[in-house]
Design a protein around this ligand. Sequence first.
Ligand code: AMP
Length: 260
Amino acid sequence: MDLIVCVKHVPDVSSAELRVDSSGREIDRAGLNYDINEWDDYALEAALILKEKHGGVVTVVSVGGEEVDRTLRRCLAKGADNAVRISDPKINTKDPFIVAKVLSAAIKTMRYDLILTGVQAGDDGYAITGPTLAEYLKIPHATLVKKIEVEDGRAVVWRELEGGVEEIVELDLPALVTVQTGIAELRYVSVLGIRMAMRRQIRTMQLSDLGLSPEEVASPWLAIEELYTPRVERRVEFIEGSPDEAASRIVEILRARGLI
Ligand code: AMP
């Protein structure tokens, strides 16, 4: 089975205190720690499990600068067979539609049965790249996947819906799934694995290898107008007096607001 996992190198925004930078459209990334996107770690885990069961090759692909090699090497250390970095300063990596277009151009040159992405990236949270990539490749896709079984050229996947409801979907391969966190227990990266991964080669691809022109990857479909931290507004009134007085005051407040 040929498995491709799309991985994004993201800042850890879950524990850090975030600030908006001077452009008003970006978070200030100075001092943030970067690592593999959490959802992509689970997508890789799911791919490695499928490889262990059915045999095959796992290729991890990332669009970004040289810094994404850290995440790609981590994936190699965990058991991925190949790593590909798509790098070109002309690629507008902030636009998920462009990233999907670039990924599709690269993946078209590869063999694949199943493509796995995360449900969403922890930094921008668009949840767009996976389904758009599937559309570019004209293959079926399923989102929010929490279990995958593959048999006879088909994938059966369990989708996690709201309110504890699950849906089972069958997809003809090749297909794409966006993987939910918790699909399996994540394996540890061994020190030996990391050392060996440092010596592995990461294949790089540029626009010229993808048959895309700079114009096709430059203008964003999506423009961020503003990024801001919402102002927290809290008004507290402490009601004093006896229970009867407090009850009267509560009724007064509710009436004044038209709530009763
Ligand atoms: P998003 O649509 O930005 O929320 O990202 C959803 C998923 O698309 C991620 O979990 C990754 O699997 C994939 N993805 C997004 N950006 C990139 C990137 N620069 N390189 C590789 N994969 C990406």
